[in-house]
Design a protein around this ligand. Structure first.
Ligand code: CMC
Length: 436
């Protein structure tokens, strides 16, 4: 971190001495005020629920300019990565800091593909779940359980263990997501095949059966790969911060990533793609495009509790660049499958058109986010709605690992331990039951 030219001075209206605070500049984006010594200097904490103005770490992985609608992984624009690289290139980039050269690229692809099988014992572990369990419940359990199967890569302070755990997690996640699906529908698990691409292998493990050869569609393979790239990292979002906080205690990488999976499940975060598709299906059942106006009135009514899922973002106050790329993929996939007239896609476009013109959304700078179209693409590919967040989990795993490893290697990292403004009862004595 480098000191910026200016510093901040905090003054108090009660005459307490003012305090100078250092300001640091990043490579791009807002400067930060260093408040680490504030408590020691003033006896006061800062108050920022939801981290609206708090940078919890320094990071060199992902940059978002929410006003411009810009997303960079290690400096590369998401639009270039999505059109010129594949997901495993992106994984290498996020983990190592730059895109791989030809030989390294081949080796990395091979390394990941060669680790895609899971310990056979995990098949028996799966049997403890109800068949109708939500795949995210199953995945939270499975990812946490990896630490029970791979003891030799659980020391977070050992860089070799972290490297091995990273490859294992990236390689095995598609296998686990496909297993969670197959278990739910009662079909046999499909073992991974090392001659297929990362996305192609996932498609086969999902939709292939031992009864016949599964032919991977290049359009669907590319679409899925793009979904993975677009979801690979997104700086300090809720699940990534969860992984960092969990990992900051020194727990093993599998446990920290399992915490991220649990967090991602929520509808305000990764669960939004599922919630968005459910919302579209609900409106469709009630009359489709004709009911959009009525639905929008509900969204704008604060007392209704209804939100336009797939819209709005804590950081983007402009069109989410991932949503644009996802809309492009949506067009390609629907055309490939002869679903150009898909009613839900039409409905989504109508909702978007109205929202982008409506004062409520314009004033609050609410734009479509990545989840607005990703559900439609996934549904067209044949992925069941309750597995959408599982696919997001698979893709985000690399981001979580890259962020976790960055934190562990950061000399300034400490166990995460926020403070609080206590508003409960003052100290008091317990009375005997008869006197309470
Ligand atoms: N529909 C209707 N109103 C909305 C929406 C929405 N989707 N999103 C925000 N608002 C309103 C909100 O009610 C508030 O209005 P007011 O100022 O009158 O109280 C204003 O816009 C600002 O919203 P906020 O809740 O303060 O913003 P936030 O930064 O805390 O929340 C969010 C961000 C993503 C949780 C929220 O926009 C949301 O719930 N969106 C729907 C869920 C969704 O699509 N989530 C996926 C996010 S992208 C994928 C990921 O990163 O996981």
């Amino acid at each position: 971190m480098k000191l910026a030219e200016n510093k901040a001075t905090l003054s108090f209206s009660n005459g307490s001495p003012s305090v100078d605070l250092p300001v640091y500049g990043g490579s791009i984006g807002p400067d930060v005020i260093d408040i680490r010594k504030l408590y020691a200097q003033t006896g006061m904490f800062t108050y920022d629920p939801g981290f609206l103005s708090t940078a919890s770490c320094q990071s060199a992985i992902t940059y978002i300019d929410g006003d411009k609608g810009e997303l960079l992984y290690r400096g590369y624009p998401i639009e270039q990565l999505a059109t010129q690289c594949d997901y495993l290139d992106t994984c290498y980039l996020l983990l190592k800091g730059d895109l791989p050269k030809e030989k390294v690229r081949k080796d990395f692809h091979k390394l990941v593909i060669n680790h895609s099988m899971v310990n056979e014992q995990m098949h028996f572990f799966m049997r403890g779940f109800r068949r109708d369990a939500h795949p995210m419940a199953v995945l939270t359990g499975l990812v946490g359980a990896l630490s029970a199967f791979y003891h030799d890569s659980t020391d977070i302070n050992n860089p070799e263990h972290r490297d091995v755990a990273a490859i294992r997690l990236i390689a095995k996640m598609p296998t686990l997501v496909a297993m969670a699906y197959k278990y739910g529908v009662g079909q046999p698990y499909m073992y991974p095949r090392n001659d297929l691409s990362y996305a192609g292998n996932f498609l086969r493990m999902m939709f292939g059966t031992p009864c016949e050869e599964y032919v991977v569609s290049p359009v669907l393979e590319r679409a899925l790969d793009r979904i993975f790239i677009l979801h690979a990292d997104h700086e300090q979002n809720a699940s990534t911060s969860t992984v960092r906080l969990c990992g900051s205690s020194g727990t093993n990488p599998f446990a920290a990533i399992a915490a991220g999976v649990a967090c991602l499940w929520g509808p305000a975060h990764g669960g939004a793609n599922e919630a968005c598709l459910n919302m579209l299906e609900d409106i469709q059942r009630q009359g489709g495009v004709a009911k959009v106006g009525q639905f929008m009135e509900q969204v704008k009514d604060k007392n209704s509790g209804v939100k336009l899922m797939g819209f709005g973002h804590r950081v983007y106050k402009n069109y989410d660049p991932r949503a644009k790329l996802m809309q492009e993929t949506c067009n390609e996939v629907l055309a490939e499958l002869g679903l150009e007239n898909d009613p839900l896609f039409k409905l989504a476009k109508e909702l978007e058109r109205i929202a982008l013109e409506d004062d409520y959304f314009v004033q609050r700078k609410l734009y479509p986010n990545v989840d607005f179209y990703s559900g439609i693409v996934q549904r067209a590919i044949g992925i069941p709605v309750n597995l959408f967040t599982g696919v997001f989990t698979l893709a985000r795993t690399v981001g979580w690992i890259a962020q976790l490893n960055e934190m562990i290697s950061d000399a300034e990292y400490k166990i995460g331990r926020p403070r609080q403004l206590y508003v409960g009862a003052n100290a008091r004595n317990v009375k005997p039951v008869s006197e309470r």
